[in-house]
Design a binder for this molecule. Structure first.
Ligand SMILES: Cc1ncc(COP(=O)(O)O)c(C=O)c1O
Length: 391
């Protein structure tokens, strides 16, 4: 009777969640697990934000709000996009969503018709192809290489563009590679898209987590053409350590598009949690800049620690990530089946990594360094042991 729809049956479950679930199961059975699999900061949400949420509850700010979000939150987002991202949006060019995941889902739903192609550079974040498929779109994978530091080759991009191409996804800093696009690189990409109707979906959820004094550049800030064709997606999850609060937003100069996503949201999930909205004003109005910076500095130190320890393992290679909190490690010189590698490592040594195949690149693993120095030291020692004894 309950035959699952073809749409959902054809979806793959998230490999990231699969591995962290297996790690949790082994942990509950008493096994010592060090998890490098989670895509979330291990820090607590800053107190200023928590207190604002408590105040919202006590003040009775617990009712429905406008579907697209409260104006005071939109205002703080507009200010933040102006000052940090150098992009100017108006209130009706922004909608608040239930995490960046909903921002993506709503955007695809509002724009993609059956057969429309969406170019997704690989390695990609696990959910992109599945979300495109669920909206009847066709994910077109644009392979990048280790040698190109996992950045888009513009000639390859040109080759993939045809009359069905609706959109391209850009993720900077990238999950899983930590790659950050420079202004020059984004300008090169913009030249390829000029005179086309291709929309850029820019996922900037890690924009505050950049290292080595690098300056983050939003694709929409490149020029007027890029501003008009780009959908900017961001939220509170990663930089403010608020994954559980579920807050993301979508910004676009195309008001009709924002209105369409609002219509979808009004008939599906409505406004996001009122308390989260009130608390998130503090995320974007500058109140927690110091907390965000303190966390960023810790991530940078952990990146350096993890890189120096991993560099002692023979046969692997990786790039220095310029942002986010992941290392994407090439193990293909000794093992191409990275799923088996990760499962065996988890069973034998209690170390949870995510296989690269989930991100569209086999022969790699993704290691999240959003965990303590102690875990990084002990965990990498076990990975070293495992590799040296097995290969
Ligand atoms: C690149 C990227 N985009 C979007 C998301 C989803 O963010 P949220 O938790 O706000 O839905 C994630 C989470 O892992 C991510 O890595």
């Amino acid at each position: 009777m309950f035959e699952i729809s073809k749409r959902i049956s054809s979806m793959s479950p998230s490999l990231t969640i699969e591995i962290s679930d297996l790690a949790k199961k082994l942990k509950s059975e008493g096994k010592d697990i060090i998890s490098f699999s989670a895509g979330e900061p291990d820090f607590d949400t800053p107190d200023v934000v928590k207190n604002e949420a408590i105040k919202a509850i006590n003040d009775g700010f617990t009712k429905y709000t406008a579907v697209d979000g409260i104006p005071s939150l939109k205002k703080s987002i507009i200010d933040r996009l102006n000052s940090y991202n150098h992009i100017s949006y108006e209130e009706d060019e922004i909608i608040i969503n239930n995490g960046a995941k909903q921002s993506l889902y709503n955007s695809f739903s509002a724009l993609i018709d059956a057969g429309d192609e969406v170019i997704i550079p690989a390695p990609y974040w696990v959910s992109y192809p599945e979300l495109v498929k669920v909206c009847d779109g066709v994910p077109v994978i644009l392979e990048t290489t280790f040698e190109d530091e996992f950045k888009i080759n513009v000639d390859k991009l040109s080759e993939l563009i045809n009359e069905k191409t609706k959109m391209i996804i850009l993720t900077t800093p990238s999950n899983p590679t930590g790659t950050v696009y420079s202004k020059e690189e984004l300008t090169k990409i913009s030249k390829i898209l000029e005179n086309t109707n291709i929309i850029i979906l820019s996922d900037e959820i890690y924009d505050k987590l950049v290292f080595d004094n690098l300056k983050f550049t939003s694709p929409a800030s490149i020029n007027e053409d890029m501003l008009q064709r780009t959908i900017t997606i961001n939220g509170a999850s990663k930089s403010a350590a608020m994954t559980g609060w579920r807050m993301g937003f979508t910004a676009s100069k195309n008001k009709a598009f924002i209105k369409a996503t609002k219509k979808l949201q009004s008939q599906s999930t409505s406004n996001i949690n009122s308390i989260t909205q009130q608390a998130c004003i503090k995320v974007f109005d500058g109140s927690i800049e110091k907390d965000i910076e303190d966390m960023r500095v810790v991530f940078e130190k952990r990146r350096d620690l993890a890189m120096s320890l991993l560099s002692e393992i023979k046969g692997i290679r990786f790039h220095k990530p310029e942002g986010a909190f992941y290392l994407f490690v090439d193990i293909s010189s000794f093992e191409t089946n990275c799923l088996d590698f990760c499962k065996e490592l988890l069973q034998e040594k209690g170390i949870a990594l995510v296989p690269g195949v989930g991100f569209g690149s086999s022969g790699y693993f993704r290691m999240s360094y959003a965990t303590s120095d102690e875990n990084i030291k002990n965990g990498i020692a076990k990975i070293k042991d495992f590799i040296e004894s097995k290969y």
